[in-house]
Design a protein around this ligand. Sequence first.
Ligand SMILES: Nc1nc2c(ncn2[C@@H]2O[C@H](COP(=O)(O)OP(=O)(O)OP(=O)(O)O)[C@@H](O)[C@H]2O)c(=O)[nH]1
Ligand SMILES: [Mg+2]
Length: 479
Amino acid sequence: YKLVINQKAAQILQDITEPVVVVAIVGKYRTGKSYLMNKLAGSDNGFALGSTIQSKTKGIWMWCVPHPVKPGHTLVLLDTEGLGDIEKGDEKNDSWIFSLAVLLSSTLVYNSVGTIDQDSLDKLHYVTELTERIKLKAKATADDDESAEFKRTFPSFIWCVRDFTLKLEQEGKQITEDEYLQNGLKLKSGLSNAIMLYNFPRECITHFFNSHKCFVFERPASTADLQRLEELSESQLEPNFVKQTHTFCNFVFKNSQTKTLAGRHCVTGRMLGNLAVTYVESIRSGSVPCMENAVLALAQIENTVAIQDALSVYEAEMRQAESTFPTETQDEFLEKQTQCESRAVKVFMGRSFKDDKREYQGQLMRDLHHKNEDFAKRNEEASIRKCQDLLQVLSASLEKGIADGEFCKPGGHKRFVQEKQKITETYNNSPKKGIKAAVVLQQFVEGKKHIETAVLQADESLTKRDIEAPKKKKKKKKK
Ligand SMILES: Nc1nc2c(ncn2[C@@H]2O[C@H](COP(=O)(O)OP(=O)(O)OP(=O)(O)O)[C@@H](O)[C@H]2O)c(=O)[nH]1
Ligand SMILES: [Mg+2]
């Protein structure tokens, strides 16, 4: 017998990003568990029932419905294989089913038939084994108050008593269902072995679970009708049974808490799926599922995804901003970047899980920093490209003049300088050049220096020649 995660179920959970309320039912085989879970699901034929003495449900079955009264939440129903079927003869498997139900649920429904008596408590011996089947911490320390920790992490407990035939009375006084349960859980005083055995399951139930509730149900129909219960309409059932079922469902809808971990971290469907995988893996590998390790493994998964989500939000928004690059100023760029960064951090915070030491947030900030640098570089490059293109257009006539030798004439240098001046002015008056405007202009001017020098030299020598030539002519004339 091997526990495995059903891939279809895992996929369903993977797609649920809402917090989940998880109700699991456990108890002896053939006692109407699946029937009751169908009532919570608001359907008559979700979980398959069986009408023979053979146990029907195998393993753990899951059904997810939108939470009927908590908007934005998903109600996850876990129907489990009946416990104690001798035909199956695998006690160990029963214990693991019970442990998994405890580990995965936020409300645990224990279903039994008849009365809350020694026999029904003996059948709940699985609670006494929980400490061997579930480890809270990877390394337990001596002063750990385990039971307080259990209470914080374990589900609420509801005992459903089916086919209840007694009167809720004690010493002539009427008592409530909860009082009935409290009476059943009362401890005996004394230290004898028998008394300790009597007290042990009661102590476990009292100490492990953080709240206790009881519902008793009458027999729903006559013996003949019991086999086809799901085909009968409510009017064909015992009115008290119908009423009690409604009360039970409404209580679960209203009071069942969102599944949390370590007492405070809300669990989403996706996280529940990952938890189930972790627990089942450790059971399969022969070790005891450890809640602390599972939470750490989950934090690793969730926070890694949270970082990815945040980075892709940053990336997408910055890419959009990039279409308007270059920014006029560095401040403008930084402002945009800060905006995108804080949005990314928000996304991370919304999804991060138990990042107490801010390790993952630190990782995110480092990754963001790298991306920041990339975009800053791209903003610079965009500015350089834009400025160079602009200068190329503006200097076209200057370049042509140089090529045509127009400045190698007397007065050429003056015109060259004027032309350069004009380019600089138009350049400086052009908007949106970005943060590299000055540098690129500087480079442009530098690049023209040797031509300017050449132009100046040519100008000077030509001018000199022009001045000297008439002198020579005059001299000639004098002669
Ligand atoms: N006597 C009685 N029978 C019920 C009750 N609720 C359901 N049944 C019938 O009992 C039979 C078994 O019901 P299931 O809901 O399949 O019981 P189960 O506990 O899920 O059974 P396993 O999955 O085999 O453990 C079905 O024929 C139901 O119609 C009830 O409150 N009392
Ligand atoms: Mg069943």
